[in-house]
Design a protein around this ligand. Structure first.
Ligand SMILES: NC(=O)c1ccc[n+]([C@@H]2O[C@H](COP(=O)([O-])OP(=O)(O)OC[C@H]3O[C@@H](n4cnc5c(N)ncnc54)[C@H](O)[C@@H]3O)[C@@H](O)[C@H]2O)c1
Length: 372
């Protein structure tokens, strides 16, 4: 198969979908790899490093899409990239289609086979291709939140860890999955007072053991959240219902309960956001204010630390990229049911039920769509 790696074009996105190690493995499996000139630059990978492992460098995105059968990317395709997709292409990238009916329609119209990193599952129903970026985003969430609490940035003027004689700041993390655990881990490390909320009791048990008293675990009922909200300096939203649009865990009328210039960080913004007042922002302009509360809603948080994120992401994606390149999507999906869960759109049909539900599109069973 010919595997193509275009340069990411989403605003402030510096990751790349394949490293020279990935090129080496694909080439050793008998595949050809084409990389857009400069695609690795943001992650400190020179074109020559790809060439040394057997890749061919092509001058622009048109050439990469034109030459390749499988396009491997990081972020969801931007309009210009959707325009380059054809029915013969397999696209493997983050898609986050549930909150984005327009992109879903674009992929349907392209006829391409589109596999979403974020809905691929492992044998225990976890999300192995979302997890590494959730680890990064969780850690950034607390760093960014702590920074935004500084007075010159519009924050309350609170140091999360406090100092001897002055109490620590308070952090609420809603959603105790991979993002939430990593966010809480950094907040604990900063010596803040930390509360982690989830609706999954087994997950709360795991977190309780993990934090061993250094963070409190709480059931995420609306009332529980509402009662503790007035004390909080920083609230991090990290909920996920697999593949679906994020549920709202804080509504606009609840902002009035919070301290003036407290900070909300909505990591779930890529699934539509879990605070009613959230809207996507970029690293260049990461925050906005609603009712006196700072909102940080960057949809590609790991893009800010590309040298870490590119390697973390590609370590996880490479085995799946190899499997799809070796076997093709249909055979790979039959051999790995978790990979089959990643296939969201095939030949103009939506094959992942939560996306069909969220966008109001018709759902077609995957192997039926692949057969037609
Ligand atoms: N903005 C970014 O750059 C970025 C980067 C990585 C991940 N994310 C997003 O972060 C979100 C979380 O990802 P994750 O990997 O931690 O997911 P995860 O599945 O590991 O964890 C989600 C947690 O949310 C909990 N949950 C679901 N509904 C809830 C509710 N109503 N109240 C409280 N808890 C609830 C689940 O029980 C689960 O423990 C996802 O939307 C993911 O796409 C964003």
């Amino acid at each position: 198969m010919k595997v193509g790696v275009p340069t990411e074009i989403k605003t402030d996105e510096y990751r790349v979908a394949l490293t020279p190690s990935g090129v080496r493995e694909l080439v050793e499996h008998g595949h050809e790899v084409v990389v857009q000139a400069g695609a690795g630059e943001g992650s400190a990978i020179e074109d020559d490093a790809y060439v040394a492992q057997g890749a061919t460098i092509l001058p622009d995105a048109d050439a990469v899409f034109g030459a390749a059968d499988m396009i491997v990317k990081v972020k969801e395709p931007q309009p210009a990239e959707v325009g380059r997709l054809e029915a013969r292409h397999t696209l493997f990238t983050y898609l986050h289609l549930a909150p984005d009916a327009e992109l879903t329609q674009g992929l349907i119209d392209s006829g391409a086979t589109c596999v979403a990193y974020e809905t691929v599952e492992d044998s225990r129903g976890r999300l192995p291709l979302l997890a590494p970026m959730s680890e990064v985003a969780g850690k950034i969430a607390t760093q960014a939140g702590a920074f935004m609490l500084e007075k010159p940035l519009g924050g309350r003027g609170i140091l999360l860890g406090g100092v001897p004689g002055v109490a620590a700041g308070k952090v609420m993390v809603i959603g105790g999955g991979v993002v939430g655990m990593n966010a809480a881990f950094i907040a604990v490390g900063m010596e803040a007072e930390v509360y982690v909320y989830d609706r999954n009791i087994d997950r709360l048990r795991e977190l309780d053991l993990y934090f061993a008293g250094r963070a409190s675990t709480c059931y995420a009922s609306t009332l529980e959240i509402e009662q503790r909200l007035p004390e909080m300096d920083l609230v991090i939203g990290a909920v996920l219902v697999h593949g679906a649009k994020a549920p709202y865990v804080i509504r606009r009328d609840q902002l009035g309960l919070m301290k003036k210039n407290a900070v909300l960080v909505d990591v779930s913004i890529d699934q539509g956001g879990c605070f009613e007042t959230s809207r996507p922002t970029t690293h260049s302009d990461p925050t906005f204010e609603v009712d006196g509360i700072t909102h940080y809603c960057v949809a590609n948080m790991p893009g800010a630390v590309p040298v870490t994120s590119t390697y973390a992401l590609t370590n996880a994606t490479l085995p799946y990229v190899l499997h799809v390149a070796d076997a093709g999507v249909e055979q790979a999906a039959r051999e790995n049911p978790g990979l089959a869960r990643g296939v969201n759109v095939v030949g103009g049909k939506v094959t992942y039920a939560p996306v069909a539900d969220a966008t109001g599109m018709e759902y077609t069973e995957l192997f039926e769509a692949l057969a037609s």
